[in-house]
Design a protein. Sequence first.
Length: 235
Amino acid sequence: MPFFLSGWRWVAIVFFCIIAFLIGFLTACEAPGAFDLTLLHLIGGFASRHHWVACIARIGSFAGNVSVRVSCILVAVITMIALKDKLGAIFAILAPLGGWAFFSLLKLVINRPRPLIFFHLDHVDGASFPSGHSTNAMIVYPMLALLIRRHGGRLGWLYASIVLAVFVGLSRIALAVHWPSDVMAGWVAGSAWLLVCYEICEQWGLRHSDPLSVKMRDEEDEDVNAHLKHHESMS
């Protein structure tokens, strides 16, 4: 099965955007509620009492650092250029850099203070909402997986990349530098942005008869037809 049936991608994009907007609206208008306080006490409090948990969280946080993300983007762009995949190189630039610019602006607009319930286990500055680590990890790592899949990789890479992005976000709560709603908003907003960029690049590739885009769409259609036939045989 493809990671998203193409006809449902815009539905997913709208859904993710609405959820991100609601979370942002609520966090901008109200003080942290029971959801944020409970989860931060649960996850951040546990990490503050157990050094080994904090060490694992720092590994996850490191995976979301700017230097790591930029290195991944550069490797992806260079690889796509070497493979003569111009559309893949554009996608590798458009998705992460556009997302970083937009969500950095969002931080300035909402300007939510960071939690001060526990001692911060990582050096931070700037506003809290949305979590930059969570947002950008949910863009960069699935983007890499989609590029790998574009060149014949398995769908498992995408699932693994999402798990890694979730780990990065949870690490920011464990280090007590973000409210849980900051992280959740980062995940859903990052997913929506990545889907938008993916859909734009895919449609552009199909209109200009990009061989890889056409091949991926044909494979998706085959997967969908096989999935429908399987359900028909089961019913």
